[in-house]
Design a protein around this ligand. Structure first.
Ligand SMILES: Cc1cc2nc3c(=O)[nH]c(=O)nc-3n(C[C@H](O)[C@H](O)[C@H](O)COP(=O)(O)OP(=O)(O)OC[C@H]3O[C@@H](n4cnc5c(N)ncnc54)[C@H](O)[C@@H]3O)c2cc1C
Length: 406
């Protein structure tokens, strides 16, 4: 394993750092304040498109897209992309500036990997151009969706069309006024074997019968403009050509989609944790309880030392997963992907929590990014599969490994 970054990655890291320092950091508070204002809910900050144009002109665009889709992006491996995603994770809304934000990244990979030329022309092209955004609709309020075989939305053939009925929630991105496409997972055959009942279908968000019922806040944050939507679909009709890959292939697509998405979240979590560490370290020299500055207290130094160790451990674990994905593919790297999905959100939460404690009251209001980081890291113990599901799969795989020769 060689964790030396390539020349290409190092150049992009420098460029990205400079871009963030020049164009994003100076307006971070202004953009946060815009989105925190209830009058601006589900409106896009007016400077977003201009920033996106600048980033694209610098070649900082679609950095997440792996080597095989070279024509659209610099063609980075996961290992090359990891430090770039970490940089973006330091500011929650910054990924979109580089067209690297979830759930669009996962949806673009699905379209690039499984879409027909027609589907790619209609949807992948505008997504790669950053002209539209998208949502991924799998989770349902009525069933335990951590087991995706439970989902009940139906996708039934009727003449030249499919008819879709069901309720979805936690559809991230669906509140954005630029969201034009949803990828819906449902069942095409309720009687087929358990993992062949599902299909995935492209549903434009303005299709009659698709109704956004309400936005769902995360600990009070509405995450505008993307948001997380509760959606009802009643007799939604789309052409048959909108089905991805084929009836019964939905599970296969879901598995392919979640590997890269998970590692991207973990990379960003490292950025959040690293910035939290920096914020807490900087605070220690300013505050003086009981006659001496915080940096001289042993417990504070221990919190900072533990945090630095945990970030570096997780960073190396994520790089190891990225390296394995690059060398032998996502399927072979599944145990390492499960490990990072368990470790990274919990690591980030512990560090953000320590930072909040060291900052005192300042840590829980919105004068620093810590409170929003906490909400974002906490939800990532659930989104893309709860901890327990990854632990169950990882445990099973490890037991198999050490018992198959017995
Ligand atoms: C902010 C946010 C954004 C999201 N974005 C999206 C999105 O864009 N698209 C989408 O489709 N979904 C999205 N989700 C949904 C997310 O993926 C689900 O919430 C998650 O998969 C869990 O499903 P569930 O909520 O139905 O929980 P359930 O399936 O009801 O599970 C509840 C709990 O049961 C426990 N549990 C489950 N399995 C096991 C097990 N094997 N062993 C022990 N305990 C277990 C876990 O503690 C789990 O948290 C998002 C969620 C959040 C909070």
């Amino acid at each position: 394993m060689n964790f030396e970054y390539s020349e290409k990655s190092l150049k992009l890291q420098k460029k990205l750092q400079e871009f963030i320092a020049e164009h994003i950091q100076p307006i971070e508070e202004e953009v946060n304040a815009f989105h925190a204002n209830p009058e601006n809910s589900w409106k896009r900050w007016p400077g977003t498109e201009d920033l996106k144009h600048k980033a694209r002109a610098e070649g900082l665009w679609n950095l997440f897209l792996p080597k095989s889709y070279k024509e659209f992006s610099p063609g980075l491996s996961n290992l090359e992309y990891a430090p770039l995603a970490e940089q973006m994770g330091r500011i929650l809304w910054s990924s979109e500036v580089f067209n690297c934000s979830a759930p669009d990244t996962g949806n673009m990979e699905v379209l690039a990997k499984y879409g027909t030329p027609e589907q790619q022309e209609e949807w992948l092209r505008p997504l790669l151009d950053g002209k539209i955004r998208s949502a991924f609709l799998m989770t349902e309020p009525e069933v335990a969706s951590s087991d995706a075989t439970n989902i009940e939305t139906s996708i039934m053939a009727d003449g030249d069309e499919y008819v879709i009925n069901g309720r979805k929630w936690w559809s991230s991105g669906a509140m954005d006024p630029n969201c034009k496409l949803t990828i819906v997972m449902g069942k095409t055959d309720f009687d087929a074997p358990r993992h062949q009942q599902q299909g995935m279908i492209l549903v434009p968000i303005d299709t009659p019968g698709l109704e956004v019922l309400r936005p769902l806040p995360v600990f009070g944050y509405n995450d505008s403009p993307e948001g997380h939507a509760d959606i009802q679909m009643t007799n939604v009709r789309v052409p048959k050509g909108n089905l991805l890959l084929g009836e019964g292939r939905g599970f296969e697509i879901a598995q392919g989609r979640l590997g890269p998405g998970r590692i991207h979240h973990c990379m960003r979590l490292i950025g959040m944790a690293q910035r939290s560490l920096e914020i807490m370290a900087q605070r220690t020299i300013d505050r003086k309880p009981f006659g001496r500055t915080l940096d001289t207290f042993s417990s504070v130094r221990q919190d900072i030392a533990k945090s630095a160790c945990e970030i570096e451990q997780t960073r190396l674990l994520v790089l190891s997963a990225a390296d394995k994905m690059d060398r032998v593919g996502n399927k072979e790297a599944k145990d390492l992907i499960a490990m990072i999905k368990i470790v990274a959100p919990n690591m980030a939460l512990a560090i953000i929590d320590r930072a909040i404690q060291i900052l005192g009251g300042k840590g829980v209001c919105n004068d620093t990014p810590l409170a929003h980081f906490y909400a974002a890291a906490r939800m990532l113990r659930l989104a893309d599969g709860p901890d327990e599901v990854h632990m169950s799969q990882l445990g099973k795989s490890i037991i198999k490994k050490y018992t198959q020769s017995l």
